[in-house]
Design a protein around this ligand. Structure first.
Ligand SMILES: [Zn+2]
Length: 321
């Protein structure tokens, strides 16, 4: 086996720097992947096909051959990082960078930092996001839940003269790339998001993910009226106040403001079909904002190593080219 990994050092670290990761090196990073990929054996290989613990180690290629079923595998086989080409240390650096960036990190920036192709970084970042999103797959919210929505993307630069500005809510003035991110956020709990074409479409989402006995807080927008039939619903009219008689959607709104900054400031061109990935990345970051970046990196790596091969991102560029 390779040298001992500074595993505890990493999990206890208050801050995880690029220097820490590159000091750990390829062997150290590989060891960490093994520990996260095979947590039940503390990093000893387990055949993904038959579960056997007996294997031959093909040292040079970091592969294993099962003594029981002859299956050849590596630590990333069957995970979202399957058929990886990047060094482990660079993948770890990417995960750390993605979890570190409070406003997100662009694949272009990452490509420059790691000296890998933009295409590889784009897909790797999305695989990490898909793994993050899996943490709350199927989750429901209860207690007090704030809901809200905001338009993202499809930006039309406002005309200089006020008289020439158009009403961007009208269909004829939209680019077709504009989407709504709808959020349902449990106070002291998790944040769930979805992407729809209009905020009114968010009603069905809220009904699906929020428990019937929850208290839902929404703003004055009329489409939320439909929530009253299912939930005890509190409304806040923002033309009157941000918080009144206990009704408040500030947490939902602050999340959406951050998301808009992340998408428009860091990523610039987010296509409508990928917007949900950025929204769930931002929700994940929001829900774990009190964890230090060593913990976040561990959490993301653990999720990725437990996540199956991605249907969306496996061979993405081969299919799209
Ligand atoms: Zn086997």
């Amino acid at each position: 086996m390779t040298q001992a990994t500074p595993f505890l050092l990493l999990s206890k670290a208050r801050t995880l720097s690029m220097k820490d990761i590159y000091t750990m090196g390829e062997d150290g990073a590989y060891d960490l992947f093994c520990k996260m990929g095979w947590p039940e054996t503390e990093g000893k290989p387990v055949c993904p096909k038959c579960g056997s613990l007996d294997s031959y180690h093909i040292t040079t290629r970091r592969k294993f051959k099962c003594k029981d079923c002859a299956h050849q595998y590596s630590v990333t086989s069957g995970t979202i990082f399957a058929s990886r080409k990047l060094p482990f240390v660079d993948m770890l650096a990417c995960i750390a960078t993605v979890v570190n960036g409070a406003k997100g990190i662009s694949a272009l920036q990452l490509a420059r930092d790691t000296n890998h192709q933009h295409k590889s970084m784009f897909v790797l970042c999305h695989k990490i996001r898909e793994a993050m999103a899996s943490e709350i797959a199927g989750a429901t919210l209860s207690g007090t839940v704030e809901v809200d929505g905001c338009y993202v993307g499809g930006h039309i630069r406002p005309a200089n003269l006020a008289s020439e500005r158009v009403d961007r809510r009208l269909a004829k003035h939209q680019t077709g790339k504009r989407r709504v991110v709808v959020i349902a956020r449990e106070r002291k709990g998790r944040t769930l998001t979805t992407v729809t074409k209009s905020e009114a479409d968010g009603v069905a989402f809220v009904k699906a993910v929020v428990a019937a006995d929850a208290e839902v807080h929404a703003d004055e927008a009329s489409h939320w009226d439909a929530l009253h039939a299912k939930f005890k619903t509190m409304r806040i009219n923002h033309q009157v106040a941000y918080s009144l008689n206990g009704a408040c959607t500030n947490q939902a709104e602050s999340f959406l403001a951050r998301l808009r900054k992340m998408v428009e400031g860091q990523h610039h061109h987010v296509s409508p079909q990928h917007l949900h990935a950025y929204a769930s990345h931002a929700a994940w970051a929001e829900d774990h904002r009190r964890e230090d970046n060593g913990q976040l990196c561990h959490r993301a790596l653990g999720l990725a190593m437990a996540h199956p091969v991605s249907r969306t991102w496996k061979g993405y560029w081969q299919r799209s080219s």
